[in-house]
Ligand binder design. Structure first.
Ligand SMILES: N[C@@H](CCC(=O)N[C@@H](CS)C(=O)NCC(=O)O)C(=O)O
Length: 206
């Protein structure tokens, strides 16, 4: 059976929500992160989630590949778009932006400054700079969402699911991020979806 490896509260929540959204026959396996004996290391040598292990043992990693892969298993649900369509290209563009500018460009140095400098004294500065970069990256999304319900073509897509996860991480970052009302709105709409509620409950987050 296909297995999706996730960690509670991690970016894997987007893929996890799709399993429920699309009613896919995929088993969810929750693992610990940054723990040497976690089973994730046998699946993904980088020790990261999400990771999808197919029936034949093949492993697919990276949100940017995994979210489209899962959505394409049930194209009739309309969470992605047909190959060759402009809509599909736009959804891919937002997924690329969220992966690179928001997750790795912003959240990673903010949450893991030790990956950027072994000098602990440098960490507050790395965090402060990362918070600024993250805010700038999100402000671009905020402007795009002004007057729009969702990221692409006025319907919920895998790009919104991915954004919804990051939106859920913002409240703990405090006042600096409280001005991002459109992103908060998309985050609340994501969280209200029955499939997301199921995933959150399974991750022990309700
Ligand atoms: N580029 C990867 C990043 C995945 C990633 O960094 N996942 C985090 C959880 S949000 C993780 O597994 N962190 C554990 C670690 O880096 O050791 C993707 O987009 O799928």
């Amino acid at each position: 059976m296909t297995v999706l490896y996730i960690a509670s509260g991690a970016c894997s929540l987007a893929a996890h929500s799709l399993v429920h959204e699309l009613d896919l026959p995929i088993r969810i396996e929750s693992v610990a992160l940054r723990t040497p004996d976690s089973p994730i290391h046998a699946v993904n040598p980088l020790g990261r989630v999400p990771a999808l292990q197919l029936d034949d043992g093949t492993v697919l990693t990276e949100n940017s590949a995994l979210l489209p892969y899962l959505a394409d298993l049930r194209p009739e649900a309309g969470l992605f778009a047909p190959a060759g369509s402009w809509e599909r290209t736009q959804i891919q563009s937002w997924i690329g932006y969220l992966t690179s500018e928001v997750h790795v460009g912003g959240f990673r140095p903010l949450n893991r400054p030790e990956r950027y400098s072994a000098d602990e004294g440098a960490h507050p500065g790395i965090r402060a700079q990362a918070a600024e970069q993250l805010h700038q990256a999100l402000a671009h999304i905020e402007r795009h969402l002004n007057g729009r319900q969702w990221l692409v073509d006025e319907r919920y897509s895998i790009a919104d699911a991915y954004l919804g996860v990051f939106a859920g991480w913002l409240p703990r970052l405090g006042e600096r991020f409280a001005d991002l009302a459109q992103i908060a709105r998309v985050g609340a709409a994501f969280r209200a979806r029955p499939a997301v509620q199921k995933a959150l409950a399974a991750e022990g987050l309700l």
